[in-house]
Design a protein around this ligand. Structure first.
Ligand code: NAD
Length: 248
């Protein structure tokens, strides 16, 4: 590689007809939301509650709601960062055809991205596991705080859980199918802010590359796909995207 990486990426973006962006928790750290696996990330202080534990144990549901109520504050305070806004601009310019995200914070949509495929659902809603009724997360977190206990569904008394995908729960089929189709049709696949270890989401970059896309990884730390990617930038997303934007 003789060109600087930002210049190379700007060039590939200019050539692309179907660029697809794939984002992880690192996309939102510059908005003040901690990721999971970095030092100081969520897993430094909390263990994930598996879906089967959530279903079978009242204590696990209490721990789940404790973690979710805590995270809720961070989500409410956060606003999209410069990186989110640049990706929305690339979509408006017709370059980016979809943003596939593992994030549950809704910040891509707040920044103006239209075609956002939320593989792991959204923390903005809470749903009933029995009757599928949905409520804004803020309403249910307030109820949790008032009760000091996980809330039951106001419609049917069923168990309430955020509309996010827990470990052990399957990904939304239609969204995964749509994401797979975008990965297979991509000519440029930009994976950013993801450790690329959570499956099946992390299989998408490899799939895109197998189907002919150039694979670009922007991540502060190394990922398991660095060895096969066409371009790897170990840097912060915001600055990197700004540098690419300046060279477009
Ligand atoms: P991860 O925590 O496993 O990896 C994040 C990666 O981003 C790390 O490798 C880190 O080095 C990198 N990173 C952090 N800040 C960065 C920055 N500013 N620029 C460049 N790189 C940066 O996250 P993951 O791969 O998305 O997988 C974890 C799961 O976490 C996902 O399923 C997601 O649903 C969930 N999650 C979401 C949010 C959110 O919605 N904002 C926050 C935490 C976790």
């Amino acid at each position: 590689m003789t060109q600087e990486p930002e210049h190379q990426l700007a060039h590939w973006l200019a050539e692309a007809d179907h660029a697809v962006v794939f984002t992880g928790a690192g996309m939102s750290t510059e908005s003040g939301i901690p990721d999971f696996r970095s030092p100081g990330g969520v897993w430094a202080t909390s263990q994930p509650v598996m879906f089967d534990q959530f279903l079978s144990s009242a204590d696990a549901r209490r721990e789940y709601w404790r973690q979710k109520a805590l995270a809720h504050e961070g989500f409410v305070r956060a606003a999209p960062n410069g990186g989110h806004r640049i990706l929305a601009r690339w979509e408006r310019d017709g370059k980016v055809k979809a943003v596939i995200t593992q994030n549950i914070d809704g910040l891509h949509q707040d920044a103006g991205s239209q075609r956002v495929l939320e593989l792991h659902g959204t923390a903005r809603w809470v749903g009933c596991l029995a009757c599928d009724a949905r409520f804004p997360a803020g309403e249910m977190v307030a109820r949790y705080r008032a009760l000091g206990e996980p809330p039951d569904c106001p419609e049917c008394g069923g168990m309430m859980k955020h509309a996010t995908v827990s470990f052990g729960q399957s990904l939304p089929e239609r969204i995964l199918a749509d994401a797979t189709s975008h990965a297979q049709n991509a000519d440029l696949f930009l994976a950013m802010g993801s450790s690329l270890v959570v499956h099946p989401a992390a299989a998408l970059p490899e799939m895109a590359q197998r189907h002919g896309a150039r694979l670009v990884i922007i991540n502060r730390e190394p990922t398991p796909l660095d060895g096969t990617a066409d371009l790897v930038v170990h840097a912060v997303i915001g600055e990197t995207l700004q540098a690419v934007e300046a060279r477009r």
